[in-house]
Design a protein around this ligand. Structure first.
Ligand SMILES: Cc1cc2nc3c(=O)[nH]c(=O)nc-3n(C[C@H](O)[C@H](O)[C@H](O)COP(=O)(O)OP(=O)(O)OC[C@H]3O[C@@H](n4cnc5c(N)ncnc54)[C@H](O)[C@@H]3O)c2cc1C
Length: 379
């Protein structure tokens, strides 16, 4: 067994860590307050060749692996959770389904602008009445004269304001009560397609979360992604990969909170001593370090299995569930170690705690991860 990163992975880690510390972390607090999406960061990530990291070079990607993707998400999230989720969704929800299920022509046309960063990647599954039960999709796409005519609503969709196109699920037919769900690539500038960006969120304020409204949107039949009726299965496969991204985000945010808490504990004096000399604080920090270490190993293992072409669905679910739950605990304890200052925005840890909460909800809630794991162990 070898726990070392490869030379390429180490180079990517060093590059993205330096970039994140220099370009991403400094403005994170202000962007959170202003709810400002950092377009310029993604332009620079494009210049660094990160926007198509795990995709083939022939589409403008870097032919890298899932472990490297997890490292990039982790480092970006350590600097800014909003930047982390944007990147993670761009690759694992936006690019991945096109790469996995697209035709050669679709990849040339739609994956290439994602790899270059010209378009951000987005994915439209959730609807107002179909969240955990994603099969409850109500969006309809009717095929008429070689065109799909799409009507429906999607909610909470990451990155859509900056996406030139996105894949979404829609009902393309019915057999009695059974729905045929397909995935369709839809240009966001299509007539009748509105992207609405006005949610007031708890955290991840500098990320883009949108509502999609589709009213008689016409797209050519050739925009069908994969086979008709396989949209739901394709999106479940996509979410398996996405969970590695959420797990990596959790590791990055937890790491940032732990580092801030450790350094604050050493500086802060009460009763004439650093609070880090109190065993109660030391035990909190020891638990934080241990849980982050375990979560990182779980995320990297799931990524490694995916890179080996092996089954990774259970491990991705376990990594996402564990990492997001310890991220919530670690960020909560980081606020606690900061005392009253932790409640103030300028100490950053309250932002980490707000950002962390989404990780227990997005891409399958903790309850849904437990269902996935229970199914996979034969319950
Ligand atoms: C910031 C943000 C970004 C997002 N980005 C995207 C995106 O890019 N694309 C996209 O398609 N979606 C996105 N989502 C949606 C996200 O994936 C859903 O919110 C999530 O899957 C939960 O669905 P829901 O909100 O409808 O909750 P519900 O499904 O209504 O769940 C409510 C509660 O019931 C529980 N529950 C539901 N069913 C069961 C069950 N069978 N057993 C036990 N408990 C259950 C849930 O765990 C939860 O606690 C995003 C959400 C947010 C907040």
């Amino acid at each position: 067994m070898n726990f070392d990163l490869t030379i390429e992975q180490k180079i990517i880690q060093k590059t993205i860590r330096e970039f994140s510390e220099a370009e991403v972390a400094p403005g994170a607090e202000q962007r959170d307050k202003d709810k400002r999406f950092p377009k310029e960061i993604f332009q620079k990530l494009g210049e660094l060749g990160m926007m198509g990291l795990p995709f083939p070079q022939k589409y403008g990607g870097a032919d890298s692996d899932t472990i490297s993707f997890a490292i990039v998400v982790e480092e970006l999230s350590r600097a800014c959770g909003s930047t982390g989720i944007t990147y993670s969704a761009h690759i694992s929800l936006g690019g991945a389904p096109l790469h996995l299920f697209g035709t050669e022509e679709q990849k040339q046309k739609y994956l290439t602008p994602i790899c270059t960063g010209e378009s951000l990647g987005a994915f439209g599954l959730t609807e107002p009445n179909a969240g955990s039960d994603a099969g409850g999709t109500q969006t309809e796409a009717v095929l008429k004269n070689n065109e799909f005519i799409i009507n429906g609503n999607k909610c909470f969709i990451t990155n859509a304001s900056f996406a030139k196109h996105l894949a979404l699920t829609a009902i393309t037919g019915r057999d009695g009560a059974k729905k045929e769900i397909s995935a369709i690539i839809v240009p966001t500038h299509a007539k009748g397609f509105q992207v609405i960006d006005n949610y007031e969120k708890m955290g991840l304020n500098a990320s883009n979360t949108t509502e999609l409204v589709l009213e008689d949107v016409h797209v050519p039949e050739e925009n069908l992604l994969g086979k008709r009726g396989e949209g739901f299965r394709q999106f479940l496969i996509t979410l398996d990969g996405g969970r590695i991204g959420i797990g990596a985000m959790a590791v990055g945010i937890a790491q940032a909170a732990y580092e801030k808490a450790l350094s604050y504990a050493k500086e802060r004096k009460q009763f004439g001593k650093s609070i880090s000399s109190f065993q109660a604080i030391q035990f909190k920090l020891a638990d934080m370090a241990m849980k982050i270490e375990l979560a990182r190993n779980m995320v990297y293992k799931a990524a490694w299995l995916k890179d080996q072409g092996r089954k990774f669905s259970k491990e991705a679910s376990m990594a996402k569930l564990y990492a997001s739950e310890i991220c919530m605990e670690v960020t909560n304890q980081a606020v606690q170690i900061h005392g009253g200052y932790g409640y103030m925005k300028e100490y950053h840890v309250e932002r980490f705690m707000r950002d962390a909460k989404l990780l227990e909800i997005g891409e399958g809630t903790s309850e849904i991860q437990r269902l996935v794991i229970a199914r996979s162990i034969g319950c």
